[in-house]
Design a protein around this ligand. Sequence first.
Ligand SMILES: *[C@@H]1O[C@H](CO)[C@@H](O)[C@H](O)[C@H]1NC(C)=O
Ligand SMILES: *[C@@H]1O[C@H](CO)[C@@H](O)[C@H](O)[C@H]1NC(C)=O
Ligand SMILES: *[C@@H]1O[C@H](CO)[C@@H](O)[C@H](O)[C@H]1NC(C)=O
Ligand SMILES: *[C@@H]1O[C@H](CO)[C@@H](O)[C@H](O)[C@H]1NC(C)=O
Ligand SMILES: *[C@@H]1O[C@H](CO)[C@@H](O)[C@H](O)[C@H]1NC(C)=O
Ligand SMILES: *[C@@H]1O[C@H](CO)[C@@H](O)[C@H](O)[C@H]1NC(C)=O
Ligand SMILES: *[C@@H]1O[C@H](CO)[C@@H](O)[C@H](O)[C@H]1NC(C)=O
Ligand SMILES: *[C@@H]1O[C@H](CO)[C@@H](O)[C@H](O)[C@H]1NC(C)=O
Length: 501
Amino acid sequence: MERRWNWVAVFLLLLLGAYSVDGFIGIQWGRYASQSLVPSVVVDLLLQNGIKEIKLSAPSPNVLEALQSSNIGITVALQNDFIRRDKWLSNIKNVSQWVEELLLEPVQRGVHIQTLIILEEPLSLYRTPVLNMTDVFQETVSNLHRCNLTHIRTTTTHSSDVLKNVSKPSQADFRDDIKDKMLESLRLFKKTNSFFMYNMVPIFSLMVNKWPIEFAFMDNNSTFTIVDGKYTYRNAFEFLFDCLVVTLEKAGYPDMEIVIGEIGWPTDGGKYATPENAERFYRGFLKHISEKKGTPRRPKWNIDVFLSSLTDENKVPLQLGPSYRHRGIYNFDGTPKFAIDFTGKGRLMFPVLAQGSLKMPSRWCVFNGDTSNMTKVEEQFQYACTLSDCSSLSPYSSCSQLDLKSNVSFAFNMFYQTSNQDQKNGGCDFAGLGALTTRDPSMGTCYFPVEILTAEKVDAGIQIPTYIGYDRSGAHALRSFATPQLLFIALSLLYLIWPNN
Ligand SMILES: *[C@@H]1O[C@H](CO)[C@@H](O)[C@H](O)[C@H]1NC(C)=O
Ligand SMILES: *[C@@H]1O[C@H](CO)[C@@H](O)[C@H](O)[C@H]1NC(C)=O
Ligand SMILES: *[C@@H]1O[C@H](CO)[C@@H](O)[C@H](O)[C@H]1NC(C)=O
Ligand SMILES: *[C@@H]1O[C@H](CO)[C@@H](O)[C@H](O)[C@H]1NC(C)=O
Ligand SMILES: *[C@@H]1O[C@H](CO)[C@@H](O)[C@H](O)[C@H]1NC(C)=O
Ligand SMILES: *[C@@H]1O[C@H](CO)[C@@H](O)[C@H](O)[C@H]1NC(C)=O
Ligand SMILES: *[C@@H]1O[C@H](CO)[C@@H](O)[C@H](O)[C@H]1NC(C)=O
Ligand SMILES: *[C@@H]1O[C@H](CO)[C@@H](O)[C@H](O)[C@H]1NC(C)=O
């Protein structure tokens, strides 16, 4: 009999082991762009890079279809716009239809939807407030139950501005104006065995807190540190994470799981937004996460993260700053921007190039130089920028050094390319100010792109994508705890119940 209990002990240890090896580095793929890589190319990219979790802005049917045959875990969002202020009643009724069509159907086809984000950053200072957040949450959860989709975990994303600005983590708490709502959400998360999804933008926090740039990186090179009682902070990530840990403790949830829904570093569109800094940020961050170092207040905790983002998104609203359009690890055409080792081992390697992404003909549209009517030039410049993306012209960006003429050329080309070099759209006319060229007008750090051919127009169902998300669900744990363990458990149980004579 004693031998049997040894087996039980071994079995329990293995079971614990299987759970603690969990944790992942996933990636966010927002498609708020004029053109986007086709989903099958992206699935290939993820598989080749060994990325097993993806976070999507919306459960677009064609994207889910491409993911169907893969084993990639998926996080999707029920976006804020779905629950519009003016259509509150009709849309909340439509949640049931939404769940059936966009979650139940794909799951029945074998798509691994693991997490549903119910509303994205509804309490962020930058967003239109959502009414009846709790009702939306409860209605959605009850529909998941009705459809037998209880394996899908539910949560809501939060930006770091749900917390007050503080100088030490021990002072951290929710903003006063939303504290009641946050406590209500936490009660719901607890009740539904959920977790807290937190989106971080270290480059913004650096500006808000006026920290020196070195504090953003995790290679322990910062001479600026923040001492908080017995804890010392040497980088922004640990500081921001622990601010949330303290806040959750104060609210009575010291053990609530935290998943980073979005974190990354932009490569253009603002001060410090460069490929070199992005490479350095990811190298230190991925190493820290993969070594499971945790933070001063949660040492050795495993932290699941979604990197933000897979590709640039040239249609993200500019209110968050031009750099928000340049958060991609990849350019819009599937070429990697800098070296990154997704395993966190810090090897100097470029990620896999997107396969099968072809460019359109090498043709650019530029300004013909006719400055006789500057009102007209200015008008056409504004028109081109408004309908495409001139974020690279903004201060500190890759094209901020251009002269006026080149500025106009850049804008014309962006419009021409983002409209697929399409003549019907006005093409390269610009009231007679445009001229086509086959000579690449790129100069210095300023790149004049050519659109990709194998792109797709993003389906209309997608709303403003944005910030990020994840899961450490039962389903996920079960996958990592695969066949050998299950076989072993079965054998152990058989041994235990076998008649003993
Ligand atoms: C649900 O949405 C569809 C499509 O937008 C709309 O036609 C329908 O009226 C909505 N249903 C309800 C109950 O609001
Ligand atoms: C949701 O909010 C709207 C607008 O404030 C209100 O009219 C409605 O009664 C609320 N619904 C519920 C179920 O509380
Ligand atoms: C959920 O499961 C129950 C019991 O197995 C079944 O009767 C019901 O049809 C299922 N509902 C859906 C939407 O699949
Ligand atoms: C924190 O400070 C920044 C910059 O001063 C400000 O824009 C932001 O609104 C503040 N956040 C909160 C939650 O008060
Ligand atoms: C980081 O640097 C400080 C000061 O040089 C040192 O005391 C500390 O041990 C270092 N931490 C790690 C994790 O290397
Ligand atoms: C470390 O920090 C110093 C300034 O404090 C800086 O000059 C140096 O470039 C940094 N080292 C690395 C590897 O970035
Ligand atoms: C300059 O262009 C503007 C706008 O296209 C037009 O209204 C105006 O008449 C033009 N001026 C001249 C002198 O042609
Ligand atoms: C080029 O355009 C950008 C963005 O509109 C502007 O900030 C910059 O001043 C312009 N440069 C010149 C020389 O006009």
